[in-house]
Design a binder for this molecule. Sequence first.
Ligand SMILES: [Zn+2]
Ligand SMILES: [Zn+2]
Length: 342
Amino acid sequence: MRALVFHGPDDLRVEEAPDPVPAAGEVLLEIVATGICGSDLHGYTGENGRRHPGQIMGHETVGRIAALGEAVGEDLTVGAPATVNPVIGCGACPQCGAGSEQHCARRRVIGVDPALSSAFAEYMTVPARNVVPLPPEVPIEYGALVEPLAVGYHAAVRGRTAPEDRVLVVGGGPIGQACALAARRLGAARVAVSELSAGRRDLVTALGFAAVDPSRGDLAELVGEALGGPATVVIDAVGSSGSLAGAFAASERAARVVLVGMGAPDVSLSAYAISTDERSVIGSFCYPSEEFRRTAEWVATLPAGLEHLIDDRVAFDAGPKAFAELAAGGLDASKILVLTGR
Ligand SMILES: [Zn+2]
Ligand SMILES: [Zn+2]
């Protein structure tokens, strides 16, 4: 099969790789489309050190079931479209038993762990329990959006987002877009997204959210105008000292501030914005498997706005060029899909 193989910073190549064979309990998926994630991009440039030379990346994916290994349940059938939950737990610990594989001490993530079959390839093998079938009437590309949308959904759930909340999302890239859509999915009608890029603000506006340009003035004032008061929930999809300072400034006392962006490994925070103002700072990573499944079901209802989330599609052979252009900042994109079909 063909695969996009990462060879080191700024070096991705289309190469022949051995066809994966499903073991017992595994499914062989013929990949249709895979999204380029910010984490893939930072791995590609070498910034985050979370990708390793020789590996195949890709964890936001959709395809069709091509073969079943032994001992795979009857809920999966050859030919069915399916997406993949890339978080693989050990399956034996209490966290996995509770469906919170993201808390499993031995969890591995497809597209991150070099030993795992991953999605920038024509085929991949996946544990059957991580395969989530999609109804055939759903445009198959939407399956590649389930993973980032589930990240946003978990962040909004972690913030206990409710209809009465005033929600600020910091950062309007794909994860910020997913967080805003998730806040709406949880009933919040007042949702604003702060974002520096004009192209992304246009997209956020097209999705029906208030877009705030933080370069225009005082963020707290701009957010107050957009939401009718300070935020009660902030979802920080950037994850830097600056974004958290903005989150605190634009939220009221006792607000919940969810940190889902991984912009910096270390941040400095205003202690008093947490202690005397009683804000909660809440971490969010991936999603429990049940939230991933529920997000796939939600995508299958074709909610308004999904059509805006795919910015561009590139052919498999053009994958390395798309990575290079994204890394150079040449594209003001939402989500770019690499299509695997010949
Ligand atoms: Zn991702
Ligand atoms: Zn486990």
